[in-house]
Ligand binder design. Structure first.
Ligand code: PRX
Length: 629
């Protein structure tokens, strides 16, 4: 499965394009299947359908756990680093993890969870999160992990969209010096839901919680009374493994559906190759398991490959900005995979936090989630990687399941800020606004993928039409990523950012429409328009232009109130960084908001607003310019 040289990469790439089915069949043979597949691939992008390894029977947990027991039973699968550096880290071997997953799977079964049922998981970054995820997979239940920073309303929307019957949560969560209520948030969410029969609550902070008789159960009690044997449910490769909600340019977040076989193959193959994982290495991905990066590169990819994966509960700045480096030193981390936002933020604290720590264990670095600027790239490479560690800038999405364009560490020649070359099996194309494919090098356009790969999104939960519309209709016959991209003279790819109305704030994907809908629910707000603007640390900040029914008496207080509404409806990650009150918005005669103009104003690029003559009321632009923050 591992490519070792650039020549091997080139050969593998060519083979994957010439004979995709042969290529992916060969990769898949290295996994444990109960029954072989009947057909490697069938697809029709016009209908947004892709099926990999159909008829094949397997269970991802047999690949992530059982398969390793004989040779690696005593190897550490998970190192858990708690929020407080003074608390002891926990090391969990493959055999103990197997035992815990089987027990918890039996708890789920005991409470009536069956294959195909949806289970919502809302937990902090504790080992139980991985146990819960794998326990669902063990019995064929579909997990829907919701990031711990989302509000009760966001949780409720996600539970309702997929009719979850069970929620798994904790009493509270530690994040830096804060204790965050989790169960209480779930309780508030459940006031808006009717499908949930049980809530399992794990004890983390011993925050007082209300436990509803007949519905709520303590994790610790439940696992005492079950068996540690739980045969894995046989799953068809195309059975759903999980749903993960993500934001788009319109409406509510959609449930991206991934299936068992293809996702497993793709997450594992990309993990092994991009990070060039060597046996015994310690892999530390700083993402939260609530996002796709955590699913693929903390849980499934590393465990299916028999690696040791670090789970970190806290934040990079607690107790100080040296925390990540302290973890690297303490656990002798070899591979560090993080986000540009974290790098930029830690950079701003200065090198003294780095110098105190021995980072010599590091062999490879990775970046994900947003474009990495050259300064951050160089700082990471030089000061953290000691200039000798390969640095892989990995481009991919919730919908792709795994890394799509990235160097293979130490193999692909690097170029700062470039995701470089597509992985084997990935066929990127650039297209212009009219959908014409742009050939040749030194060009830029919208990034599409013209051939399926095993980790591709299968559908958006409960609404296949939406999947078709969002990804496969803009450029018929191709998967559209929503990203802009350039291909340089060497054929290297550099992702420049979203070309749709999706923001990337600190690596978190947020739809402008979602934020606007939340703002518009606030008393006194008539209308709003949200755009992203360049932010030194977050990559993008959220800039909201808001029309109110009367001029606010205390503008500052009103801003805070609006932020509180957004935090309540979506979560604190979606709070606007800047709010400008305006009397009108630049609209075309047909009533469409000209976001292009607002984006320019938010960037203070006032002289390049383009043609404003087609606006309903050009004077409004002058007013907005004068009030720009
Ligand atoms: O715009 C791209 C950006 O993040 C988007 C996907 O977000 P999400 O589904 O939340 O997944 C994030 C983690 C995989 C993409 O459409 N993005 C992700 N990685 C990069 C990136 N932009 C530039 N460079 C990257 N390496």
């Amino acid at each position: 499965m591992r490519i070792k040289t650039f020549e091997e990469y080139q050969t593998a790439y060519k083979q994957s394009v010439d004979d995709p089915e042969g290529f992916w069949a060969e990769v898949a043979q290295q996994f444990k299947w109960r029954k072989p597949w009947k057909k490697v691939l069938s697809w029709d992008f016009n209908e947004a359908t892709t099926k990999w390894y159909e008829g094949g029977e397997m269970n991802i947990t047999e690949n992530a756990l059982d398969r390793h027991l004989e040779e690696k039973g005593n190897q550490i699968a998970i190192i858990w680093e708690p929020n407080d550096p003074g608390d002891e880290a926990v090391r969990i071997t493959y055999s103990v993890l197997h035992d815990r997953v089987c027990r918890f799977a039996n708890v789920l079964k005991k409470h009536g969870v069956k294959k195909g049922d949806r289970v919502c998981i809302y937990l902090p970054m504790v080992p139980e999160l991985t146990v819960a995820v794998l326990a669902c997979a063990r019995i064929g239940a579909v997990h829907s992990v919701v990031f711990g920073g989302f509000s009760a309303k966001s949780i409720a929307d996600r539970i309702n969209d997929s009719a979850c019957t069970m929620v798994i949560t904790s009493d509270g969560a530690y994040r830096g010096n804060k204790v965050i209520p989790m169960k209480e948030t779930v309780d508030n969410a459940l006031d808006l839901c009717s499908t949930v029969k049980n809530v399992i609550v794990m004890t983390r902070t011993r925050t007082p919680v209300s436990m509803l008789k007949g519905r709520d159960l303590w994790w610790e009690e439940e696992v005492k009374h079950v068996d540690s044997v739980c045969p894995a449910e046989p799953m068809d490769a195309e059975d759903t493994l999980f749903i993960l909600y993500t934001s788009g340019s319109t409406g509510k977040p959609k449930g991206v559906v991934h299936t068992c076989g293809g996702y497993m193959i793709f997450a594992t193959y990309t993990f092994a190759n991009v990070f060039q994982y060597e046996p015994g290495e310690i892999h530390f991905c700083t993402a939260d398991i609530g996002w796709i990066t955590g699913h693929s590169y903390i849980v499934y990819g590393p465990l299916c490959y028999g690696a040791t994966s670090v789970i970190f509960e806290g934040v990079p700045t607690f107790p100080d900005a040296g925390r990540l480096w302290q973890i690297v030193e303490k656990h002798k981390v070899n591979i560090l995979y993080t986000a540009p936002t974290a790098i930029r933020s830690l950079m701003s604290f200065g090198l003294q936090y780095v110098k105190d720590h021995d980072l010599s264990s590091l062999t490879k670095l990775g970046s994900v989630g947003e474009p990495i600027n050259e300064e951050a790239w160089q700082w990471f490479k030089q000061n953290i990687g000691g200039s000798h560690c390969p640095l892989v800038d990995t481009w991919w999405q919730t919908e792709t399941g795994g890394i799509m364009i990235s160097p293979l560490a130490g193999i692909t020649p690097e170029k700062p800020t470039y995701a470089t070359l597509p992985l084997p099996g990935i066929q990127p194309v650039l297209v212009d606004e009219s959908g014409n494919v742009i050939e040749g090098n030194d060009v830029s356009g919208n990034l599409c993928i013209k051939f399926p790969w095993p980790g591709i999104i299968r559908t958006t939960y409960g609404d296949h039409e939406r999947c078709k519309q969002t990804y496969f209709s803009t450029y018929p016959g191709m998967y559209f990523t929503g990203d802009g991209c350039l291909r340089d003279e060497d054929g290297y790819y550099r992702i420049t950012g979203r070309v749709d109305d999706v923001l990337n704030v600190s690596g978190h994907r947020i739809g402008t429409a979602e934020v606007e809908n939340a703002i518009n629910m606030h008393l006194g707000v008539v209308e709003s328009a949200v755009v992203g603007y360049p932010h030194d640390i977050k990559g993008q900040g959220i800039y909201a232009f808001i029309i109110t029914d009367t001029k606010p008496d205390d503008a500052e207080m009103f801003r805070k109130d609006i932020s509180a509404t957004v935090a309540r409806i979506i979560g604190p990650i979606a709070k606007p960084d800047k709010i400008q009150f305006v009397s009108g918005l630049p609209k075309t005669r047909s009533g469409k908001i000209m976001r292009r103009i607002l984006r320019k104003i938010s960037e203070h690029d006032m002289n390049n607003l383009g043609d404003t003559s087609t606006l309903l009321d050009p004077a409004v632009v002058e007013e907005i310019k004068r009030g720009a923050l």
